[in-house]
Ligand binder design. Sequence first.
Ligand code: NDP
Length: 287
Amino acid sequence: NLTPVTVVGLGDMGRALAAAFLDAGHPTTVWNRTPHRADDLVRRGATRAATAADAVRASRVVVVCLLDYPTVREVLAPAGGELAGRTVVNLTNGTPAQAAEAGDWVRGLGADYLDGGIMAIPPMIGQPGALILYSGSKGAYEAERELLERLGGSRFLGTDPGAAALHDLALLAGMYGLFGGFLHAVAMVDGPARGFTDELLVPWLTAMTGVLPELADQIDAGKYTAQSANLAMQAVSLANITTATVDRGVDPALLAPLRALADRRVSEGSGGDDISTLVEGLRVGAR
Ligand code: NDP
């Protein structure tokens, strides 16, 4: 007598979510626009619903994982009359504003709304390394936590429905900064990217993540005075990186905005600060 669950959307991620519920023994109903994507899941015991409305009717908890929020609205609108009394857990990636709007719409139809951000790729779902961020209805999170943790670890970020999307996108921004740095670095060097990455880049980046808590403390305190690496010195490094990059016929475009921001802060008199001071240049009009 495990909680029945419905999964709407069987792309790469939706199929992984449904499979994790099935593996844990939950009665699982699935629906997808292209029905054959449910075939494997049905063989493993899932029930295929003929329509999204049928899928919604099958379970108190409806997990939605579609391409984007407009698709969520398009798919759930015909099932709107069936949502009252249920919990919608929307794991589709989007912005905080889209999450807030979806929350208003779902609550207006009499359902609880929990928004989520999946910090994992499909093969990680159901494993301890997967993390899903949630926000919105605290009651729904607490009531369904055991079910939701079949997918991986969970963290509730508050009742603002947009909080999970905000933190999801902030984490992805950090990830893309890392990927941008990786791409620039391997474009610069000769020889196989793999050897450089394994032997030099990963150990270096791993060591550098150790600096982040101290930079975060400086940002929290609003006091950026350099401890061991001042910005004026780092601006010279950024100029040297740029020159060497261009000399090798590599485009410095990914690094250029960071260099421009550093140069601007130095010219404004912040050369004695740590690189954490750049956050002041980023938060234009934020507060
Ligand atoms: P896919 O492209 O594999 O799947 C997209 C899903 O959306 C399919 O179920 C597709 O149905 C459906 N869809 C698209 N357009 C429509 C439409 N007009 N009407 C009805 N259904 C539609 O994407 P993923 O499964 O990888 O991603 C789903 C969500 O999960 C996204 O928001 C993504 O950002 C998020 N996510 C994905 C991760 C990943 O690594 N894959 C990681 C973290 C989050 P159909 O099969 O009929 O085309």
